[in-house]
Design a binder for this molecule. Structure first.
Ligand SMILES: C[S@@+](CC[C@H](N)C(=O)[O-])C[C@H]1O[C@@H](n2cnc3c(N)ncnc32)[C@H](O)[C@@H]1O
Length: 244
C-alpha cells in the first residue's frame, strides 16, 4: 500500500484546523464512537495522533496508535512529550499488523481508502477484526466512493478538492488536494466500490455494517450558516462506517 505521508506530515497536521474537520469530520466521528470512557481503543493509521489524543482525553483507558509513516509517528511522539496523555504509538503497516491485542474499539480515520485491491481491503479488515474483543466495534472515516466525480471540485470552498485522470474502477487513484491558507499539498487515495468494502468487512467477520453520512455540528451551523454546508451534505465527499 502506497501512502507516503513523510513529506506532508506537518501540512496534514495543519489541515486539521480547517472548519470542516471540526464541524463535520470530528463531530460525526465522535458521535458515532459514543462514550469511550473506560474503553481500550486501537487507532489504525493514526497519523500524528489527532484522534488518538482526543479519545484518550475523552476518557479511554488505553489508546494504541498504529501508523506507517515515520514522520507522522515522530509528530505524534512530540505531542505526547509536550502533553503526556499516555497514548502508545507503534510504527507499522496495518497490512502486516496481525493481532496485537484485544480492544473494545478499533477506529481508523482514512485507512481503507489506501487499499488498492479488494484483497488488500480483506487483509486489513481481517487485521481489524482480529484485534477486537467479541462484541467490539470498528468505526471508520473513509473516502466516499459514491460521491459523483462531477462534484469533485465543488468542495473547494471547504479547503479541498479531488481529481481523477481515468474513470472510477477498483484501484483508480483519487488525488486529494488540500489548501490551508496559502499552502497547498496533495496525496492519493484509491477507489474501491462500496460493495467491495462491504464484502471485505463481512468476509472478515463483521455482522453489521452501517453507513453514516456526514453531519454538521450545531456550532458549525451557528458559525457558518446551514447554507455553507449544503454542498458537503449533498455530495458527501467522506463517509463514516460503523461495524459490529
Ligand atoms: C489522511 S491521513 C489520516 C491520519 C489520521 N487518522 C487523522 O485523521 O488525522 C492517513 C494516514 O494513514 C496512514 N496509512 C496509510 N496506509 C497505512 C497502512 N497500511 N498502515 C498504517 N498507516 C497507514 C498514512 O501514513 C497517513 O498518516
Amino acid at each position: 500500500m502506497a501512502a507516503d505521508y513523510d513529506t506532508i506530515a506537518q501540512q496534514y497536521k495543519k489541515s486539521k484546523e480547517l472548519p470542516f474537520r471540526l464541524h463535520i469530520e470530528t463531530y460525526t466521528y465522535l458521535n458515532l464512537l459514543g462514550d469511550v470512557t473506560g474503553k481500550s481503543i486501537l487507532d489504525l493509521a493514526c497519523g500524528e495522533g489527532f484522534y488518538s489524543r482526543e479519545l484518550k482525553r475523552k476518557g479511554a483507558t488505553r489508546v494504541v496508535g498504529v501508523e506507517i509513516s515515520e514522520k507522522m509517528i515522530e509528530l505524534a511522539t512530540q505531542e505526547e512529550a509536550r502533553e503526556p496523555l499516555g497514548v502508545e504509538y507503534i510504527l507499522s503497516d496495518v497490512l502486516e499488523l496481525g493481532k496485537i491485542g484485544s480492544f473494545d474499539l478499533v477506529v481508523a480515520s482514512y485507512l481503507l481508502n489506501y487499499c488498492q485491491t479488494p484483497e488488500q481491503a480483506l487483509k486489513i479488515c481481517q487485521n481489524i477484526f482480529a484485534n477486537l474483543k467479541p462484541g467490539g466495534r470498528f468505526v471508520t472515516i473513509n473516502n466516499n466512493s459514491e460521491q459523483p466525480p462531477a462534484s469533485y471540485l465543488l468542495t473547494k470552498k471547504y479547503g479541498f478538492i479531488k481529481s481523477i485522470d481515468r474513470p472510477l474502477q477498483e484501484g483508480t487513484p483519487i488525488q486529494y488536494t488540500i489548501s490551508v491558507d496559502t499552502d497547498k499539498f496533495s496525496f492519493y487515495n484509491y477507489y474501491l466500490s462500496k460493495s467491495t468494502y462491504e464484502w471485505a468487512l463481512q468476509s472478515a467477520g463483521f455482522k453489521e455494517v452501517r453507513w453514516q453520512k456526514p453531519l454538521v455540528s450545531p456550532q458549525g451551523v451557528e458559525e457558518f450558516g446551514q447554507e455553507f454546508w449544503q454542498v458537503f451534505l449533498e455530495y458527501a465527499p467522506i463517509i463514516f462506517i460503523e461495524c459490529s
